[in-house]
Ligand binder design. Structure first.
Ligand code: DAH
Length: 343
């Protein structure tokens, strides 16, 4: 058959197929069918060599023209597919920027954290700073340096969790008082610190006891500090924490690391009427305190003729229970949102 005629037929056939192709894949297949190494145009071009000298340039030009035309046609179609699939993608990924955003649920600080911050803030306002120490503590810092040598009976005031630690006497600190020692061993007076932290006791959990709870320790050391400074400081603290109308009361007590020592009460919210919380007494015990025992100063190398100081220690859960009327200490650790969300 005449090659020119073949080329014309091929052109018609290609046009029909290419213009009805439904996908990029179909177009690629058509490209192979017509223009590939074994494609129909290629086959025709191969036959041109056998033609006569007059026909060669005519058929050759025609074949090249059809090939170029086919290439452009396929490219053009492909481009259209690409463009419309891009437009579809744009449409399907459309983001409505006028939609109001989702507001993330805000958490809150646990009541114990809030109470620690409240207490610490009051002392920061007086010029105190915050110190911290380890929860795994040495027997030396927890007891010996606090005027309780080994076998001293006062150690039994704390139900201690001792750790198995060959060569070292380690325990879980029973109070935050060992941080007094750690700070005084490092720093020279004046010292005004508060020490928040967890403490551990070998206790069974009930409505007022837990084996883990929080304390805040205070220590003030300088020249000329007296018991009057202790009273004034704790009265200021109590009124800030519990209300400006509150009074404080000091009862004589005993702690190995203070002399004299006191237990400190704040007047109850019932204003002396007598209620269930204060068990009719009109007073709530909030902390232990006293003047730093000179033996403690000796232990850390402070001159106890030159310096005096006071210290105090309070239970954070107890303070929070009194301030917010919480009747069971276990509520702080139950993680029940119905309780926690009230604060
Ligand atoms: N560390 C004592 C306790 O846990 C509390 C305490 C009492 C701390 C008197 C003091 C203090 O610093 O002076 O029972």
């Amino acid at each position: 058959m005449d090659l020119i005629f073949q080329l014309e037929k091929l052109k018609e056939e290609a046009l029909a197929l290419i213009s009805t192709a439904q996908s990029e894949k179909e177009l690629e297949d058509l490209r192979v069918k017509f223009l590939g190494r074994k494609g129909e145009i290629t086959m025709i071009l191969r036959q041109i060599g056998k033609l006569s000298a007059e026909k060669k340039p005519i058929v050759g030009a025609k074949a090249n023209e059809v090939r170029d035309w086919l290439e452009t046609l396929i490219e053009d179609r492909l481009l259209r597919f690409k463009r419309s699939s891009f437009e579809e993608k744009l449409k399907s990924e459309l983001v409505d920027i006028t939609l109001p955003g989702r507001i993330p649920r805000r958490g809150r600080k646990h009541l114990i954290t809030q109470t620690i911050e409240e207490i610490v803030d009051i002392f920061l306002s007086l010029g105190y700073w915050v110190a911290e120490g380890p929860e795994v503590e040495t027997d030396y810092h927890n007891f010996t340096a606090l005027n309780m040598p080994p076998h001293h009976p006062a150690r039994s005031l704390w139900d201690t969790l001792y750790l198995k630690s060959p060569g070292e006497d380690l325990l879980l600190r029973t109070h935050t008082s060992p941080v007094q020692i750690r700070v005084m061993q490092k720093e020279k007076p004046p010292i005004f610190i508060v020490v928040p932290g967890k403490v551990y006791r070998r206790d069974v959990a009930d409505s007022s006891h837990l084996p883990v709870f929080h304390q805040i320790e205070g220590l003030a050391v300088d020249e000329g500090i007296t018991f009057a400074d202790l009273k004034g400081t704790l009265e200021f603290f109590s009124q800030r924490m519990f209300g400006a109308d509150k009074r404080v009361r000091f009862r004589p007590s005993y702690f190995p690391f203070t002399e004299p020592s006191a237990e400190v009460d704040v007047s109850c919210f019932c204003e002396g009427e007598g209620c269930r919380v204060c068990k009719g007494s009109g007073w709530l015990e909030i902390l232990g305190a006293g003047m730093v025992d000179p033996n403690v100063f000796d232990e850390v190398g402070y001159n106890n003729e030159e310096y005096t100081g006071f210290a105090f220690g309070m239970g954070v859960e107890r303070i929070a229970m009194l301030k917010y009327g919480v009747s069971d200490i276990r509520l702080f650790f139950d993680n029940d949102l119905r309780f926690l969300e009230q604060f």
